[in-house]
Design a protein around this ligand. Structure first.
Ligand SMILES: [Fe+2]
Ligand SMILES: [Fe+2]
Length: 243
């Protein structure tokens, strides 16, 4: 019998708990930034907030939150193709938990399309998950024990003091606002994030919006005239990312 599996059910599931823990541990060995409960919690909440702000139904919002929570479990196997391996593992576990296959297939498509190498937004959950995941660059992601300013990923993340996603529903803009200090530079951010930002543009387009990237008050990717952005959500905008 199909059961309405909740985010809480997924959080309590021992297999998912172990896969998230192992993924984060493996990535620590490889020198990657934090991919544990802080990251998946941020992505889960932000994916749900994006879908909610854009008016999707309650169940789609919950499926987005579930997809966000488990999107990186493939790293328990290998960083390469972790979206694809993660979606296969998630399919098996969610079906065993009793989730409706029609819901499971939406989630595995979102997990399997969240990486820039092979991903394309194929449904609303997938588009929201891409925007949430790619927006999570912040100094709190750098692991204190291994922080190394000679490493560009650590340097860029350490320099980001503030980041948030905001949605202007009227103007149909999804804006990623980043404030960096001089530890790094916009050029270095773009070296790492360019392909992720291009994927974020596609994800916003899937949701019927423009994606706007604002770093230190400058719009990096403007394609049509919009009022000058500043670093605080303005009237009519909803901040959707969460720590
Ligand atoms: Fe990932
Ligand atoms: Fe991620």
């Amino acid at each position: 019998m199909e059961i309405s599996v909740t985010l809480n059910d997924v959080k309590q599931n021992d297999e998912f708990k172990q896969l998230i823990e192992s993924s984060n541990a493996n990535l620590k060995v490889l020198g990657y930034t934090e991919h544990g409960l802080r990251h998946v919690g941020y992505v889960s909440k932000t994916t749900a907030n994006i879908l909610s702000t854009l008016g999707y139904d309650e169940r789609t919002i919950e499926l987005g939150a579930i997809a966000g929570w488990i999107h990186d479990i493939g790293n328990a196997i290998n960083r390469k193709d972790h979206g694809l391996t993660g979606s296969l593992m998630a399919y098996d576990i969610l079906i065993r938990m009793g989730m409706d296959p029609a819901e499971v297939t939406q989630i595995i498509a979102a997990i399997g399309n969240h990486e820039e190498e092979t991903g394309t937004p194929v449904n609303a959950i997938s588009a929201a998950l891409i925007l949430a995941d790619k927006s999570d660059a912040h100094r709190s992601r750098v692991r204190r024990e291994t922080a190394d300013r000679k490493d560009i990923h650590d340097r860029v993340n350490l320099s980001i003091k503030k980041n948030y996603l905001a949605i202007d529903k009227t103007k149909k803009i999804i804006r990623l606002v980043i404030q960096m200090d001089n530890t790094s530079a916009t050029m270095e951010y773009m070296q790492i994030y360019l392909s992720r930002m291009v994927l974020s543009e596609k994800a916003a387009a899937y949701l019927g919006c423009w994606f706007e990237l604002v770093i230190n008050g400058n719009v990096i990717n403007r394609r049509k005239p919009v009022p000058a952005a500043n670093v605080h959500p303005k009237a009519g905008e909803t901040e959707v990312s969460e720590d």
